[in-house]
Write a protein that binds this ligand. Structure first.
Ligand code: HDD
Length: 701
């Protein structure tokens, strides 16, 4: 029997439209069409005829091509892959897909931004959605998470308010893909439960370098249930093998223009190139007895469990190895739902989760136009579906037999699952309470964890957070909103509040009692999330021109490619250049078509002595300057080092050491002639692996 992973692929194959090359053009009714360029008219210059059924069908179908975009998370990119557990998790959960390392479960993952419409840019400051559909043998399980471990509100009844506040303003539909506007910050300043997620939003986590390089979190505390019916609280974590890496804000903004598809292209290209992104699934497990062992409420989705308190236990890995074939059919029509759970995974009373369990099914009914969306290829389980649910718009199955239960005419089928089969059993939680519309007092501390987040950041991360607050609040017109927000920040950290207040021109709040000075969770800093330390799939630009030192470009290219990086030669014009050895070398891209923000590092090879190959080209100088300003690794060899004098006003102090490898602030130089030395190559690879280098001179990032 085919494995579940194969079964999903077989199912997709079976759903494919007829091969367009398999015969001539037809109408939707299969009638062959010999001419689709002119409508049927009464005379060559006459009116179009009603009876032109081909014309009417073609136009009608076109007029109906669009469906409503998602109310949030409208812009996204997805891919298929598989999940496999490292070992059986039977001790905690009976979920079949978490039992056997030999069983691969097919998955579809959709990454997304939240605020912007479907056509907005990728590199905006925003949360990223990270939604995974596991097509398990026991039915579909959806883990609908984000790249932040906390959410902005505690109770789902506030979701419409929060989303209205962050979305473009109602009178003018501005801004697109941005949170720097009055209504969001008005809401934030009045609703301090947002603060923890806001700290994440102001950090570099909100501008990921790649979907492949970000964490994912289930956010809520869920419940694992084992075969004996015993429950264990669980929080889910996805950790990328390549490490967690981010852009800097100035770069992210430029990227929005240079390549609005930056993140989706990156995902697509990596998978096409066979560089399959991979995440480890980890869980934080809390025995039920310890429900109240924390100084926050496990049901509060604005709180994390610090990893130092409850370590993340790796339980499996996910690999994405196949791009969808049709964006609309698959990525657009995929329908996630937090209530799509399988036996062994259950909910808690987190009020945000409870609301989500209502909202997702509801939204799919309007977005996908009726109740049969689970029959769409991307949504179909690989587990068999048998029930008495019938009819509705777009029913594509032909059901037979009776459609009610109990029945005798249909042989009693489909019968209830018997004891001992894989039926879902709700966790028998005891519930007892008065009806009440009030938040639990255990949800009231809104400052300790934002303070912990702040305390856990490296200096450069703190600097970026301050600058993000200054940018966002600086765009808020209402001074009262700016001031009110800063008052809250004063309860997180005095220095943070002071720096932000100064930047946005509001009074520095009087020294408030900051929530927690001491607590920190080092696992929250990007410094602790470097991944496997490799430079796989990093994009390295080599700036070349005629006369470039051929030995150098060849030696660098070979080494970086061997390390898995993608090396591109950029020149003023496309085509070829002639190297110092008289040979021609292909140019990968012309400089005017690209920009430094699309690359992770830049290398300047030397040319004939005394003529730096790129100094004369202003595009090249700008390229290197931007790379330097954005903290990116810069390498220079031979006379290429001379070009770096352009960076002196940016704060680079050029070494006076000649014919030696010098590494300083992520800039690696060697003025020696000839091929790049092993010492240079190793130093350059190491600086690329470090991703970014902070504290370069007077530059603000
Ligand atoms: Fe949500 C989409 C993640 C709270 C209501 N949400 C959506 C998607 C992700 C999340 C990743 C996109 C799925 C896709 O790619 O199709 N949402 C979250 C997380 C939350 C969260 C991690 C908090 C922990 N969401 C949340 C609440 C509500 C919703 C509290 C409503 C009460 N979310 C929706 C929705 C969407 C959605 C309106 C829009 C499109 C869709 O569901 O399919 O139902």
């Amino acid at each position: 029997m085919a494995s579940p992973a194969d079964r999903k692929q077989e199912q997709r194959e079976a759903s494919k439209a007829d091969d367009p090359a398999g015969g001539p053009l037809t109408t939707d009714q299969g009638v062959e069409v010999d001419h689709t360029d002119d409508s049927l008219a009464a005379g060559e210059r006459g009116p179009t005829l009603m009876e032109d059924f081909h014309f009417r069908e073609k136009l009608t179908r076109f007029d109906h091509e669009r469906i409503p975009e998602r109310v949030v998370h409208a812009r996204g990119a997805g891919a298929y892959g598989y999940f496999e557990p490292y070992e059986s998790c039977a001790e905690f959960t009976r979920a079949a897909f978490l039992q056997d390392p030999a069983v691969r479960t097919p998955v579809f993952v959709r990454f997304s931004t939240v605020q912007g419409p479907k056509g907005s840019a990728d590199t905006v400051r925003d949360v990223r959605g990270f939604a995974t559909k596991f097509y398990t043998s026991e039915g579909n399980y959806d883990l609908v998470g984000n790249n932040f471990p906390v959410f902005f509100i505690q109770d789902g009844i506030k979701f419409p308010d929060f989303v209205h506040a962050v979305k473009p303003e109602p009178h003018n539909d501005i801004p697109t893909g941005a949170s720097a506007h009055d209504t969001l910050w008005d809401f934030v300043s009045l609703q301090p439960e947002t603060l923890h997620a806001i700290m994440w939003l102001m950090s570099d986590r909100a501008i990921p370098r790649s979907y492949r390089m970000m964490q994912g979190f289930g956010v809520h505390t869920f419940r694992f249930v084992n075969a004996d019916g015993k429950g264990t609280f669980v929080k889910f974590h996805w950790k990328p093998r390549l490490g967690v890496h981010s852009l800097v804000w100035d770069e992210a903004q430029e990227c929005q223009g240079r390549d609005p598809d930056f993140n989706r292209r990156d995902l697509w290209d990596a998978i096409e190139a066979g560089e399959y992104p991979e995440w480890e699934l980890g869980v934080q497990l809390v025995p039920e007895e310890d429900e109240f062992a924390f100084d926050f409420d496990l049901l509060d989705p604005t709180k994390i469990i610090p990893e130092e308190q409850v370590p993340v236990r790796p339980i499996g890995r996910m690999v994405l190895d196949r791009n969808p074939e049709n964006f609309f059919a698959e990525t657009e029509q995929v329908a996630f739902h937090t209530a799509n759970v399988v036996p062994g995974i259950d909910f808690t009373n987190d009020p945000l989760l409870q609301a989500r369990n209502f909202s997702y099914l509801d939204t799919q009914l309007i977005r996908l136009g009726g109740p049969n969306f689970s029959q769409l290829p991307v949504n179909r389980p690989v587990a068999p579906v048998r029930n008495n649910q019938r009819d509705g718009y777009h029913q594509s199955a032909i059901h037979s037999g009776t459609n009610y239960f109990p029945n005798s005419l249909g042989g009693g089928c489909p019968a209830h699952a018997g004891a001992g089969t894989g039926a879902y059993t709700h966790y028998a939680e005891r519930v007892d309470g008065h009806k009440i519309r009030r938040r639990s007092p255990s949800f009231q501390d809104h400052y300790s964890q934002p303070a912990m987040f702040w305390n856990s950041m490296a200096d450069w991360e703190k600097q970026h957070i301050v600058e993000a607050f200054r940018f966002e609040l600086g765009k808020v017109g209402a001074r009262t909103v700016r001031a009110r927000t800063v008052e809250h920040l004063a309860q997180v950290d005095g220095e943070l509040a002071t720096q932000v207040a100064r930047g946005v021109g509001v009074p520095v709040p009087s020294a408030a009692e900051a929530a927690s000075k001491s607590a920190a969770s080092p696992a929250l800093s990007l410094e602790s999330l470097r991944g496997d330390g490799s430079i796989r799939t990093r994009q390295i630009a080599v700036l070349v021109t005629d006369g470039v030192d051929a030995e150098q470009i060849t030696s660098v290219r070979e080494r970086l490619a061997a390390e898995g990086a993608i090396v591109e030669a950029l020149a003023a014009t496309d085509g070829t250049i002639t190297g110092s050895d008289g040979e021609t070398y292909a140019v990968d891209r012309a400089l005017p078509t690209v920009a430094s923000v699309l690359y992770d590092a830049v290398l300047l090879p030397g040319g004939p002595v005394g003529t730096p190959p790129t100094a004369a080209d202003p595009d090249a100088v700008r390229f290197v300057r931007d790379a330097f300003r954005h903290g990116k690794p810069v390498g220079a060899l031979g006379s290429g080092v001379g070009v770096l004098s352009a960076l002196e006003p940016e704060g680079l102090t050029l070494s006076t050491e000649f014919q030696r490898v010098v590494t300083d602030q992520g800039v690696v130089t060697d003025t020696s002639p000839g091929p790049a030395s092993e010492e240079f190559l190793t130093a350059f690879v190491d600086t690329i692996a470090a991703h970014r280098h902070w504290g370069r001179g007077p530059v603000r990032h």
